[in-house]
Design a protein around this ligand. Sequence first.
Ligand code: NZQ
Ligand code: ZN
Length: 389
Amino acid sequence: MNNFIFENSTKVFFGKGCVKEYLCCLTKAYGDTVMLCYGGGSIKKNGIYDEVTNILEAAGKTVVEFSGIMANPTYAKVLEGAKLAKENDVSLLLGIGGGSVMDCCKAISIAAHYDVDVWEDFWKRPGVFDFEPLPLGVIVTVAGTGSECNGGAVITNEELKIKTGRDYPQCNPKFALLDPTHTYSVPKKQMVSGGFDILSHIMEIYFSEPNEDNVSDDISEALMRSVVRNLRAAIQNPQDYTARSNLMWAATMAENRIIKLGKRMDFECHQMEHQLGAYTNCNHGEGLAVLHPVYYRHIYKYGLPKFKQFATEVMGVSTEGKTDEEIALAGIEALEDFIVEIGLPVSLQDLGVNENTDLKTIADSCALMPGSYKKMTHEEILEIFKRCY
Ligand code: NZQ
Ligand code: ZN
């Protein structure tokens, strides 16, 4: 394994009833004013809003509401939230939702304690902190991004057409409450999108050097098998507690830095999807589902042993009578079959990206990543986008 330093400062509370049991006590450490941050209102329909506001009221907190955080949160929304937090002298941000809410809150936590342009200093390029961001606690309502246990925040700057993420360890939530029953109400389309995002995070790490025997890849294989199995079970029965629990924890495990230890990582598909999202506002997990098989057919020859291992250890491909290359390709095909089986899109048309979209501009806007098996060029990225039609 490559050298590493590991730290994760988020305290996680997992399981049925954890909000009722721990939220009141957790908020005690953070002053009087809580800014309750959420999205388009799903928490009002499924009862989480009432549950949380009752707890905060009983704890004697002043609650400031910040709602309407959109999927793929914008920099403008971050600034709006930071302004509200400053005006009300907020002492704790409490984000309730998925990756979009959590990411927006993390960016607000910096912007609320910083007087200069946070895009310039922290999102345009990695910056250095010499101040404490506003404390953040999260209640996760959809399994997917794993944002609850890292400092990463992906924000879209609509003016510049850039969607980009930065992972500042100081932005790790102070606490994260994960009750799998909160995910029962997630619509199937979003559940499978989040499920594929989990798989994508793991694959982006797994398909990278080193290829030698290492604990991170072993954990990744177990996680990928678990995601495939439990996504199928949750589709069959959305209220399957075991399946929802496993998906929720797999999402956290994929992005709490543990499986990244000693690995180089790729995240090329994420880079391409983020820019596709910046121009088309497509759904994150759906965009990834379209890109992954096409990208992997492009690079598999450069990481053949790992693609073969994925085929046999994760997708259950038989090796009989097949060359290594045929096994690797069968693994990618099995991944594509799974995408179709769970109802995710397989082409840009399915994603709603029409043929007049200027793919070259989008491809050219992608930052060129260090890459792992293969360093990509803008021409290759454009080729991949075109093959997605
Ligand atoms: O807004 P509401 O009404 O709450 O509805 C949301 C939203 O429409 C709905 N939803 C969430 N929980 C629900 C529910 N509906 C019913 N019942 C519930 N319990 O789900 C919809 C999507 O929510 P969103 O937060 O956008 O989804 P997701 O968790 O997939 O987050 C996507 C964002 O996270 C970024 C993505 O790029 C995208 O912007 N990512 C963040 C990462 C990180 N910070 O580590 C890593 C990822 O790779 C990703 O880039
Ligand atoms: Zn993702």
